[in-house]
Write a protein that binds this ligand. Structure first.
Ligand code: C2E
Ligand code: CA
Ligand code: CA
Length: 560
């Protein structure tokens, strides 16, 4: 009894009392059986003794047996002992069992609360660094603005971007890149106050939001703290100190913006101009808007470019590993700029995502794709193509209907389109993303998980998602012959995807050796420069026929 822990305070005492009562009733029943057995034993023993000693069973012989036999006296006491012991033990067992049940219930309750907290944390934090993500940052700024307006406070938003991070990633590999991002976030967290929000917005972009400035001189103090973060080299691989620099853009509330969007946009512009003019930092001012920076041009012109059809879609083939035939193509957008030439998507998609232009841009890409497909289908070139989908589009509840409308307008079968989404975009709002993905699946549209392996948290979701294909990120494929770790990831992804009944695409296949290695590992589809770079539709059509004819000729030669 000593090891019974008192029931936890949270437990409803009424429930506990009811449990004890119920258990005691059950235990008491067994005590009653004990008493009954003892009484039967006394009766049998007394009758036996009376008969054996006096040759008959009568009231007199029974009375005498009871008077003379000391063993029967002991037996007579048993019902009382059983009754008392039964009651006592039943109470103890009832209490013990109830305490156990209530404790386990409480443990389960705590576990589910913990799980809920974890899901909440995952959807608001960056899985790599554990820092708040964009949506939590926006939320905090919004709240702070609501308060600051009443209290006439100043606040600052710092946008920070590492210089040459892409080169670090490309030359040292993304493990070292990730390590650097973690070290940067750790140093920033140590340098700033707990009341400041440090967020990772994606890639090598961080934001620091300081909600309590005494005056604008505080900005200099904070910039000083941040510059100290980068003063010491970062040590990634042993004995390899790496000097990393950053560019920072600052926007101050309320001077440079009174709402979240303006603040972010202006801090972003300041950061970009700082980077382009090789300055460590720049505080926003209205005259940097006049700075002719490529980014600003891009920002202001993109919307016009979409309206003017200055974008162009390119196609890159997907090759079946088994037959080596073309089994599809990926659509990749480009911007044909009057003076800047062909602008690659990496230079305007992230910005389109930030400024809300991604919606019209995606619509444009989908429309152009549908028209091209229609032409090809008309000429007997039945190709399934994949279109990349940004997180905003994926999470737009109206997107499935928009897509249905687009496909119906050109009278294309729904399964001629496939959508590529990233793990990270699903993780921004897993519940909503899953709902929309199921709707798209029900419409007959296949989903592919792009850049697989670069996200961290949604592996567990993969089994639940209605996807049919996984694309291994090119960073692993490009390095799989040099980096053992990358080869392991490629193999593990293929096995995992196959176990889940998914097809595997390897992107970034640049050499024959890699293509063969991937074939040996059981990869289903290959995509990369080995076969073709992304090319415009008309060029792709020529390439396609030439390639397919070649394959057919080779097959005929083998057969004949
Ligand atoms: P992604 O979806 O991962 O596309 C694959 C990128 O890898 C493409 O770059 C492609 O040109 C490149 N690539 C293909 N094969 C190889 C290879 O063998 N070696 C190497 N080193 N690279 C290869 P691209 O066209 O510059 O596109 C970059 C990213 O821009 C895409 O990455 C995608 O995230 C985004 N993007 C492109 N078009 C769209 C679009 O229409 N909508 C959205 N939301 N995003 C798009
Ligand atoms: Ca893609
Ligand atoms: Ca990709």
């Amino acid at each position: 009894m000593s090891n019974i822990k008192p029931p936890l305070a949270i437990i409803n005492s009424q429930t506990f009392a009811n449990n004890v009562k119920l258990m005691r009733t059950k235990a008491t029943r067994h005590a009653v059986y004990g008493v009954a057995i003892a009484v039967v034993a006394i009766v049998v023993a007394t009758l036996g003794h009376a008969y054996l000693s006096y040759g008959k069973i009568s009231l007199d012989s029974i009375y005498r047996a009871q008077q003379e036999n000391a063993v029967l006296w002991v037996l007579d006491g048993l019902p009382f002992i059983f009754a008392f012991w039964g009651q006592y033990v039943s109470s103890v067992i009832a209490y013990e069992a109830s305490a156990m049940i209530t404790e386990q219930t409480e443990e389960l309750r705590q576990q589910s609360a913990e799980l809920e907290r974890k899901v909440m944390h995952d959807s608001t934090h960056d899985p790599l660094t554990g820092l708040p993500n964009r949506s939590l940052l926006l939320d905090r700024i919004q709240q702070a603005i609501a308060m600051a307006q009443r209290e006439h406070k100043q606040m600052a938003l710092f946008m920070l971007d590492l210089d040459h991070f892409k080169d670090i990633n490309d030359t040292l590999g993304h493990y070292q890149g990730d390590l650097l991002l973690k070290q940067v976030s750790l140093r920033l967290s140590n340098a700033l106050r707990p009341s400041d929000t440090i967020a990772r917005l994606g890639g090598d972009e961080f934001a620091i939001f300081t909600p309590a400035l005494t005056d604008s001189k505080d900005v200099t103090v904070i910039l000083d703290k941040i510059s100290k973060v980068f003063a010491q080299p970062f040590v990634l691989k042993e004995d390899m100190p790496l000097n990393v620099k950053s560019s920072i853009g600052v926007a101050i509330f309320p001077e440079h913006g009174r709402d979240v969007d303006t603040l972010i946009q202006r801090a972003d512009i300041a950061m970009y101009v700082a980077k382009n003019s090789h300055r460590d930092y720049l505080v926003y001012s209205s005259n940097i808007d006049q700075h002719s920076s490529q980014r600003l041009t891009i920002m202001s012109e993109l919307s016009q470019a979409i309206a003017n059809d200055d974008l162009q879609i390119y196609f890159q083939p997907k090759i079946s590993c088994k037959t080596m035939e073309v089994c599809g193509a990926e659509v990749l957008v480009r911007w044909k700029h009057e003076s800047m030439g062909l602008i690659p998507p990496d230079q305007f998609i992230p910005m389109a995502e930030r400024t809300g232009l991604i919606g019209p841009l995606t619509n444009w890409v989908l429309q152009a794709t549908c028209q091209r497909l229609k032409t090809w289908h008309g000429r007997g070139m039945d190709l399934k193509v994949s279109v990349n989908l940004a997180v905003q589009t994926l999470l737009d509840p109206e997107f499935p209907e928009t897509l249905t409308g687009l496909l119906a307008a050109v009278d294309l079968p729904k399964d001629s389109l496939m959508l590529e989404i990233t793990e990270t975009s699903v993780m921004q709002d897993p519940e909503l993303a899953l709902k929309i993905l199921f709707r798209l699946r029900d419409m007959g549209i296949a989903i592919s998980i792009d850049d697989f392996g670069t996200g961290y948290s949604s592996l567990s979701y993969l089994g639940e998602m209605p996807v049919s294909e996984v694309k291994i990120d090119k960073s692993f494929v490009l390095e799989m012959l040099n980096q053992q770790k990358d080869a392991v990831i490629v193999k593990a992804t293929i096995d995992l995807a196959h176990n889940l009944g998914l097809k595997v695409v390897a992107e970034g296949v640049e050499t024959k050796v890699i293509a063969q290695k991937l074939g040996g590992l059981g990869c289903d589809i290959l995509q990369g420069y080995l076969f073709s770079r992304p090319i415009p539709g008309p060029e792709f059509e020529i390439w396609y026929h030439r390639y397919q004819d070649n394959i057919a000729a080779r097959k005929a030669a083998v057969a004949g």
